[in-house]
Design a protein around this ligand. Sequence first.
Ligand SMILES: C[S@@+](CC[C@H](N)C(=O)[O-])C[C@H]1O[C@@H](n2cnc3c(N)ncnc32)[C@H](O)[C@@H]1O
Length: 305
Amino acid sequence: MSESGRAASRTAVLVCQGRAAANGRVATERFADPVATELLRVAERTAVDEVRANTPPKGWRERTAYESVRACADVVVPRTVAIDEALRARMTGQFVVLGAGLDTRAWRLPGLAQTDVWEVDHPASQQDKRARLADAAPALRAPDAGSRLAAELPAVARSVRFTPVDLAVDDLGAALDAAGHDPSSPTTWLWEGVVPYLTRDQVRTTVAALAARTAPGSTLVVNYQAPSAKAAAGRLLTRVLGSSITSGEPWRSLWKPERMAALLAEYGLRVVSDDDLLALAHTLGGPARVRASLRSSRVAVANRA
Ligand SMILES: C[S@@+](CC[C@H](N)C(=O)[O-])C[C@H]1O[C@@H](n2cnc3c(N)ncnc32)[C@H](O)[C@@H]1O
């Protein structure tokens, strides 16, 4: 629990487990996240290993954890592929990850050697991630200096600047200013798996703050959830069946694509693509067991108009 009284995000752990479970097993031509497992605690790896081995456990609680990780993997593989491919085509010298959770891109995405990364997240989640990165730091062996510990897992990006921000109450622009982000240079923004946890007003405030720091040549990649009766029913069922993983992090806003496009346009951002994940999941050859979730989860790409 952080000083603000809020615990680190459990859903951030779940999506990290999903990526760890899929790494090297699913859509290997286009998906890889070897760093995800490094960020998991030992107990969090049990369900991951069971999904990888396709061996569902017996107990109710264990089985619920297993099914959550398996379903999550089905969604995060196409989501990661869609986002990684969009980012690769549009990376700039500044990359801001909003609600970063246990995102691994600064530690694994090729082509970031000339890019500074700002990881923005709720203070409690960020504190938890930094502890995990410290625990994942390898013993670096220098031939003449014996071994020494790196403070944190080394990034592939030029730099990583941890920027604690509660998007519900804090001033994102001021925090990025203080952390050295340059609003006059192009920025690649990523906002993945966060929009549903914010109210409509908080989403609007965040869009306004990032748009004010979006120079020509910048891109926003945003993943959000569209309304879906089937996906909502599935989520309710999971809760009733006893998965407490997501219960502390309720969804607060869903967006129809036209409403998201209209909001971004108000702040000078033009949507150039906006696709659900279902079609992509089919092309990746994954099981697509969670059709409703794949259909309602969307990735939009927007440029400064
Ligand atoms: C489902 S996780 C997604 C993490 C990461 N983007 C990913 O896709 O792996 C949701 C993230 O949103 C963050 N989040 C939720 N509400 C937030 C808020 N009010 N301010 C900042 N971050 C928030 C959580 O801390 C968590 O890291």
